[in-house]
Design a protein around this ligand. Sequence first.
Ligand code: COA
Length: 334
Amino acid sequence: MTESSDKETLPNILSIGAAVPEGVVTNEELEKTLDTSDEWITSRTGIKRRHVLKEEEKPSSLGVEASREAIDKSPVDPEEIDLVVVATNVSDMPIPGSSPFIVKELGLSRDIPFFDLKAGCSGFLYAVDVAANMIGGKGYAEILVIGLEALSRVVNWDDRSTCVLFGDGAGAAVISKRGNRGRILSTSIYGDPSKANLIKVEGGGTRLPPAKGSEEDERYYIRMEGKGVFKSAVNMMKRSSLHVLEDAGLDLSDVDWIVPHQANIRIIKQLASSLGVGMDRVVVNVDEYANTSTATIPIAFKEGIEEGSIESGDVVLLTAFGAGAAYGATLLEW
Ligand code: COA
């Protein structure tokens, strides 16, 4: 577990951008190819649609679009960005990942460092934590953090137990000490490796190299123990949420909005109930985008702002869980 509790040094999340593919796959469309129903998917998950990249579209382009929006909305010029962190579980290429392609397409300064960060669906909050500490400790000034995911590319579209759950998308944030918006109050990240096998794509790494794979081999697709994930998810998000609140010296009555990882409406409702928070203070858009992994939080955060729900000065709690099992939370004042 790491935590940032030196409030004097914590920077701001200055801006948020997000992008999803135009292509949409509805539950009704899935009914035509799978033994499933809109009723089953909606009642078990709250998902109605998911945005999915077309075969010819590049995942990193979503990261570029979300980043351009975040940079445009911030007072930071592109050439001032001095580090780029891309949270993603399935990079554009295993080597060299997604970050170099995004940095190149954005036309950022040639010599800045960049890297991919893999922490399941909690990747965006891990990247925020890393950025907050890099600014505090390492001397970086303006960090671009991206959550980018195209799980449609590793989903078995014949497996009804997984393919209905995921969508593609990206979100981005500019993090800096500049400005007076989005002050991070606390951030913490955790992991529970005893749950490392709950969600996985086994193939494509060094244990099962990509070249050995075949389309029929289910180990090359995302698989999970749905019930096991469900049970742990609420506890993980609750624990990290309470930790950042305690660290910031606040309690749940100070929180205006919770923006949780969007995996399943039932998980979100159980989290709200276990924290004693009404669903009228929780941002939900899992119905429209399904689980976009590292991108759910920035996409939902941006929508909450644009809908007029999250207003300037609101205290916002972000919390996520995912493969690994990596989890975490960030508390900020928008
Ligand atoms: N359509 C119809 N039936 C389906 C189905 C689908 N899309 N997917 C699975 N089923 C079937 C299963 O085959 C199983 O059938 P069986 O009982 O005959 O074996 C049955 O539904 C399981 O139903 P149920 O016990 O009601 O499922 P559930 O309440 O555990 O819900 C999940 C399943 C996957 C929706 C739920 O466990 C979940 O959301 N888990 C968390 C997943 C997650 O968030 N992952 C990402 C984390 S970052």
